[in-house]
Design a protein around this ligand. Structure first.
Ligand code: HEM
Length: 397
């Protein structure tokens, strides 16, 4: 397992995944299990005996939340379903004529304005100049965060993301402390916003949740805050990485980039293929078994930590023809980019649309873009994997 965390595998972890798949269910020295093949991963994600609640691990993991209410990504049935349903009701089709369908113009205008600022620059960093500011602006808009608070949200999300990448061997502890403080400040600010929204129905997500009188009743304020924080975190670095991995992959496949310019509709299957070929969430770091379970003839004891190698499953040759080939024309592309089962990403429709618009506009507007370094430098995390910077030159450069 150490090799999964080893930074030297970050730029290209796929040969390592191919090795792991020779033992699809592998017990590690510390008693945890690494699952690396498509079928076994989907079986586990759809198994009702698996828990997403850290308290069901026999060796509980440290929490950075300081005792705050958990969000539903860390809950099991029935509470998970109730809270997820209450949030999803407002989130978008097929549940409501909701917030996501109404976002199309906002997404396009935000992307265009960010790209306007890049015009004429000979060198740009796709991460800092574009991919980072875009999704946090979108979630703030969706939640209804007042514009004057937005810069603080950008800073908090930045500090939280840096703390997720914290490496005790190389990083100053300050990086972790800043993340803990940012989570606290973010919770407090969201709490104040939720209080203000009570009795004031509006069209943003915080107002809708604070005034909901749907079939599941009213969400408690602490759950609204935890849900909003989950959306900010789950819906940010994932999209930053998908857009950045997308630009990198297109620049490595210039004929596909040219095709996307000529046939903008290609972007729909192209983003699906990116979610399979270079997914932002490479690993679900843990599930816990409620009871002993058997997977591929191996008994996994109750309470064991189970690590699911999503990105390895999506490159499994038993499931995908020529899995190491980037092929936007691929059919039957049931990748694991958004997970599977009851915790399947509910931000999928938004994530897809944001990335489709971003990549279409970037390839349309950038002038003969070229990579400055290949591979680019990567973030430390093997879980949420993506370049920390992606420098590209354009024009006559
Ligand atoms: C869950 C991936 C964007 C909200 C998940 C899971 C994955 C994932 C793999 C499953 C986690 C698990 O089973 O433990 C991604 C990727 C994204 C993305 C690759 C972008 C490319 C978003 C966005 C939002 C979002 C934009 C919201 C605005 C959530 C939530 C969950 C989740 C709330 C938890 C669902 C549950 O526990 O029922 N995501 N996500 N995600 N995602 Fe996403």
């Amino acid at each position: 397992m150490q090799r999964i965390f080893d930074y030297s595998a970050r730029a290209d972890p796929y040969p390592l995944y191919a090795e792991l798949r020779r033992t699809p269910v592998a017990r590690q020295e510390d008693g945890s299990y690494v699952i690396s093949a498509y079928r076994e991963i989907t079986d586990i994600l759809n198994d009702p005996h698996l828990s997403s609640d850290v308290r069901n691990l026999s060796r509980p993991m440290p929490s950075v939340e300081g005792g705050a209410t958990s969000s539903f990504i860390h809950m099991d049935l029935p509470e998970h379903d109730r809270l997820r349903r209450m949030a999803t009701r407002h989130f978008g089709p097929p549940h409501t004529p909701g917030l996501v369908t109404g976002l199309e113009c906002f997404l396009t205008a935000t992307v265009r304005s960010l790209i306007d600022d890049l015009a004429g620059k000979e060198q740009i960093d796709v991460v800092d100049d574009f991919a980072f500011p875009f999704p946090v602006t979108v979630i703030c808009h969706l939640l209804g965060v007042p514009r004057e608070n937005e810069p603080r949200f950008h800073l908090w999300v930045n500090d939280i993301m840096n703390s997720i990448d914290y490496d005790p061997k190389t990083d100053p502890k300050e990086k972790l402390d800043k993340g803990v403080q940012a989570r606290k400040d973010l919770r407090q600010c969201l709490g104040e916003l939720v209080e203000q929204r009570h009795g004031r129905p509006g069209d943003d997500l915080l107002s809708r949740l604070a005034n909901d009188d749907g079939p599941d009743g009213q969400m408690a304020d602490a759950d609204i805050v935890a849900t909003a924080k989950l959306l900010l975190i789950a819906g940010h670095e994932t999209i930053v990485n998908l857009i950045t991995n997308g630009m990198l992959t297109l620049l490595r496949h210039p004929q596909v980039l040219q095709r996307l310019r000529d046939e903008p509709d290609l972007v729909v299957p192209l983003v699906e293929e990116l979610l399979r070929y270079e997914p932002p969430v490479q690993i679900i770091p843990w599930r816990a078994a409620y009871s002993d379970i058997t997977v591929a003839d191996t008994v996994i004891p109750k309470g064991s930590q189970i690590m699911l190698m999503l990105a390895s499953g999506s490159r499994d040759p038993k499931r995908f023809h020529e899995p190491d080939r980037f092929d936007p024309d691929r059919r039957d592309n049931q990748h694991l980019g958004f997970g599977s089962g009851i915790h399947l990403c509910f931000g999928g429709p938004l994530a897809r649309r944001e990335t489709q618009i971003a990549l279409t506009e970037l390839v349309r507007r950038l002038d003969r873009p070229r990579l400055v370094a290949d591979p680019p430098p990567y973030r430390p995390s093997p879980v949420l994997r993506g370049p920390i910077h992606l420098d590209i030159e354009q024009g006559d450069g």
